[in-house]
Design a protein around this ligand. Structure first.
Ligand SMILES: Nc1ncnc2c1ncn2[C@@H]1O[C@H](COP(=O)(O)OP(=O)(O)OP(=O)(O)O)[C@@H](O)[C@H]1O
Length: 260
């Protein structure tokens, strides 16, 4: 069976002043997969995420998401589309003056007809799904650890039951145990909720632990996209260094041990 393409990027160009970040970039993301997006620093991983999620307007090219062409879509279409995706930023991007529950309620305010009690109940559910306690939900972001703040950011990204979840460096700044726990959470949520996940990461352990496919950004485009095991055959200096270096060997070894 052919996998359904939920994100189709064609000939994308992103540019800031004279600095061209992407040029002729193509990418397909399939329903239900976890796609890891990797590349050297400054290759435009975050810019790609932002231009697909509609947070940045590309200079040229097309982005089709869930059947809607983002450029040229009406306000109403974009609003409907934005309900079907969730974005979690690197630092959680939470409002510091709101509790975690209130933060998770922010996207829910856009849904007409929800009573405050229903909103709070839904927020508590997403907080629990993200592995936080009810008590943590009543705390302010500053009262939480970095890992808990990330979970809070995830709860907020899940508020509207998205079909596609965008994660920008979800494990950055976490200790290895916290990062591994977050990896497990992403895998579990993707499986239980049928989520498609677009995951920007530097973290090889995350890549090997959770991703079905990987897209490598280099030379202003997606150089290669495919299963992790195919990456070792790609003849490109950055890809070789990244996927054949000692850290990749360790991450591959850990995955094999997990599968045994
Ligand atoms: N709003 C902006 N204005 C100007 N330049 C920008 C803007 N956003 C990103 N850039 C530039 O685009 C390039 C790609 O940035 P981006 O943050 O996407 O890289 P990245 O691959 O995610 O990097 P890293 O791995 O270091 O996080 C960088 O050179 C950055 O300086």
């Amino acid at each position: 069976m052919m996998a359904e393409t939920v994100i189709e990027v064609r000939n994308l160009r992103n540019q800031f002043g004279r600095h061209v970040v992407h040029d002729g970039l193509d990418l397909d993301v399939y329903r239900g997969e976890i796609l890891g997006v990797v590349g050297g620093s400054g290759t435009g991983k975050s810019v790609l995420l932002r231009s697909i999620a509609g947070l940045l307007t590309p200079k040229a090219g097309t982005v089709r998401m869930l059947g809607t062409e983002v450029r040229g879509a009406s306000e109403a279409e974009l609003d409907r589309l934005s309900h079907r995706i969730g974005v979690m930023f690197q630092d959680g991007a939470l409002f510091s003056s709101l509790t975690v529950r209130e933060n998770v309620e922010v996207p829910l305010r856009r849904v007409a007809g929800l009573t405050p009690e229903t909103r709070a109940g839904l927020a508590r559910l997403k907080i629990a799904l993200s592995g936080l306690s009810v008590e943590a939900g009543e705390k302010y972001p500053a009262e939480l650890s970095g890992g808990m703040r990330k979970r809070a950011g995830l709860a907020r990204a899940l508020a509207l039951d998205p079909e596609i979840l965008f994660l920008d460096e979800p494990t950055a700044g976490l200790d290895p145990i916290g990062a591994a726990a977050f990896d497990d959470l992403i895998r579990d949520l993707s499986q239980s909720l049928g989520l498609t996940v677009f995951l920007v990461t530097h973290d090889l352990d995350t890549l090997y632990a959770v991703c079905d496919r990987v897209a490598v950004l280099a030379e202003k485009r997606v150089l290669v996209a495919g299963p992790l095991e195919d990456m070792v055959d790609v003849d490109h200096p950055w890809v070789r260094e990244y996927f054949l270096g000692p850290r990749a060997r360790a991450a591959r070894g850990a995955r094999r041990r997990d599968e045994e």
